[in-house]
Design a protein around this ligand. Structure first.
Ligand SMILES: NC(=O)c1ccc[n+]([C@@H]2O[C@H](COP(=O)([O-])OP(=O)(O)OC[C@H]3O[C@@H](n4cnc5c(N)ncnc54)[C@H](O)[C@@H]3O)[C@@H](O)[C@H]2O)c1
Length: 349
């Protein structure tokens, strides 16, 4: 990989984690930090040996334009810095999830990527866990025959908090299949008010149809199977698959495996958030550098892939609003999301 100059915008919890992971990749040199909190910025600068510190993104882009920018702010500060970086000539941008809060924001980022050629990736790092890739390959090779039914479950504070990761893994394990239709119901106005600013319903139950009569049951809630009593959203994520020749599963912090009808014992292995997360973040980060070396080779988490997942989440919101199935590709507007919030609040009052 060539050498690249890197910057982090937002040096909070995730930004600090990103800086730690960058220290493990010698070709990616962290040269600039930007945060509106000057005390936090100063402390991070000292800790990571970075001298170019900015509280203002415009000044940073004018004086120290980097090759790669990691945007690690909360989602209310996402679309604007992404677009500013792309238009200032930054070659690659990664952004934390959720990639957007509103359909218009995702659309604006896609336009900026197309117009500037800036490579964009969304931080769904689980794709870089080795067992995610191994499991995807086994499913593609037909380890349980043709998948007919899948269940995806996760603990939820908001559809846009853990839902993005859950959707991204789902699409990865289904080999990037295009959803056809979503029929959903949502509850929990609190998700629109939550303190981490991921404004979306708290719980969503959905049926997603894919080509080949494949049906997915999506349960994103505080009381999904195996999440009862959990308090942290990101520690639970489970996928179960029923195929024509057997059953397969992938459970975060527990294990993955498959068993065909003709197998006496399942095949599989363990999963561990503690062991897997850092490794995945390093590989996600390294892959952005490699992507710049060869822009024709797609990043696992390219904006294009993440958009498919985000649009499906927005489709769940639209279906929850109308009570009707939503056909993939039909429009969802910002007003739809506002109307859904009003509906959730009205139902609770
Ligand atoms: N991928 C994952 O596994 C994962 C895990 C946890 C959190 N996240 C996501 O990471 C994102 C950040 O979460 P966090 O917990 O690090 O938040 P945080 O509040 O700890 O950090 C955000 C930082 O952004 C700074 N900031 C705010 N406005 C800014 C601006 N205009 N310019 C520059 N800096 C600005 C804040 O001062 C703060 O330091 C969230 O979207 C969250 O969903 C992802």
């Amino acid at each position: 990989m060539s050498n690249y100059r890197c910057a982090i915008i937002g040096i909070g919890a995730r930004g600090t984690h990103q800086a730690e992971m960058l220290q493990r990749i010698p070709e990616l040199d962290l040269v600039t930090l930007c945060d509106i909190d000057s005390e936090r910025l100063q402390a991070a600068g000292e800790r990571f040996g970075v001298e170019a510190l900015y509280t203002d993104l415009d000044a940073m882009l004018a004086q120290q334009p980097p090759d790669i920018v990691y945007i690690m702010t909360l989602p209310t500060v996402r679309v604007e810095p992404v677009i500013k970086c792309a238009r200032a000539g930054v070659k690659a941008v990664t952004m934390e999830k959720p990639m957007a809060l509103r359909p218009s924001e995702a659309e604006a980022m896609a336009v900026a990527a197309a117009e500037t050629g800036c490579l964009m990736a969304v931080n769904h790092q689980r794709r870089y866990m080795p067992h995610y890739q191994q499991f995807r390959q086994l499913l593609a090779d037909g380890c349980i025959g043709q998948i007919k039914f899948m269940r995806a479950t996760s603990f939820s504070n908001s559809l846009l908090e853990m839902g993005g990761h859950m959707m991204d893994g789902l699409l990865m394990f289904l080999q990037e299949a295009d959803p056809v239709q979503v029929w959903a119901t949502s509850a929990g106005a609190k998700g629109f008010q939550n303190i981490i600013q991921h404004y979306a319903p708290r719980q969503t139950l959905a049926r997603i149809l894919f080509p080949g009569r494949l049906e997915v049951l999506w349960i994103h809630s505080q009381d999904t199977v195996n999440t009862l009593g959990e308090s942290t959203c990101y520690m639970h994520l489970e996928y179960d698959f029923w195929g024509t020749e057997g059953y397969a599963w992938h459970t975060q912090n527990e294990g993955w495996g498959y068993q065909r009808h003709d197998m006496a014992e399942p095949n599989g292995g363990p999963t561990s958030w503690a062991d897997d997360n850092e490794r995945a973040q390093v590989e996600f980060t390294r892959a952005v550098g490699k992507w710049l070396d060869d822009p024709a080779a797609e990043h696992e988490n390219s904006l294009e892939r993440s958009l498919r997942g985000f649009n499906t989440l927005m489709g769940m919101c639209k279906s929850s609003l109308t009570g009707q199935p939503w056909q993939y590709g039909t429009p969802v507007t910002d007003q739809d999301i506002d109307d859904l919030q009003a509906l959730m609040e009205q139902r609770e009052n």
